[in-house]
Write a protein that binds this ligand. Structure first.
Ligand SMILES: [Zn+2]
Ligand SMILES: [Zn+2]
Ligand SMILES: [Zn+2]
Ligand SMILES: [Zn+2]
Length: 143
């Protein structure tokens, strides 16, 4: 007997949560830790796994094993997440907002990035690059 909807269930089909038996319709299944849980225990979270599919997981797994994207406010697998000084971002949001400095490999906000010869640089590397380019120019002129 399901303690939620009082449906009859076969012993084999029963899902046990906190010592109570439930039918499969009345429990949620976490595709990450492979445990059944009820809405009372955890909220169901939809997260994106490392292959880009949305899966349903328990709150605990979402918070411990997945990263919350600051851009689109969804949970993503760590493989598909970038960490920046401003928090974690999924691949898409990262591409939208950041570029990688070609020199120091730091994540740079697109607004702050500077493009030199088709590559992006953070502000301090951009200054270095420009100084270097000017040096080269000077040398060429001197030669
Ligand atoms: Zn039920
Ligand atoms: Zn879980
Ligand atoms: Zn995102
Ligand atoms: Zn840099």
């Amino acid at each position: 007997m399901c303690c939620e909807c009082n449906d009859r269930i076969d012993e084999d089909d029963a899902c046990w949560v906190n010592g109570n038996s439930y039918c499969t319709d009345c429990v949620n299944y976490c595709e990450n830790c492979h445990e059944h849980f009820t809405d009372d225990c955890y909220t169901v979270y939809t997260v994106q796994n490392n292959r880009g599919y949305n899966i349903q997981v328990c709150e605990r797994c979402a918070q411990e094993d997945y990263y919350y994207c600051e851009g689109c406010h969804e949970y993503y697998h760590p493989d598909n997440t970038h960490y920046t000084d401003n928090g974690a971002y999924c691949d898409d949001c990262y591409d939208d907002r950041f570029v990688r400095c070609d020199n120091c490999c730091d994540d740079v906000d697109k607004d702050d990035a500077e493009e030199i010869d088709g590559e992006y640089y953070c502000e301090s590397c951009a200054d270095d690059m420009r100084a270097e380019l000017e040096d080269e120019d000077d040398e060429e002129e001197a030669a």
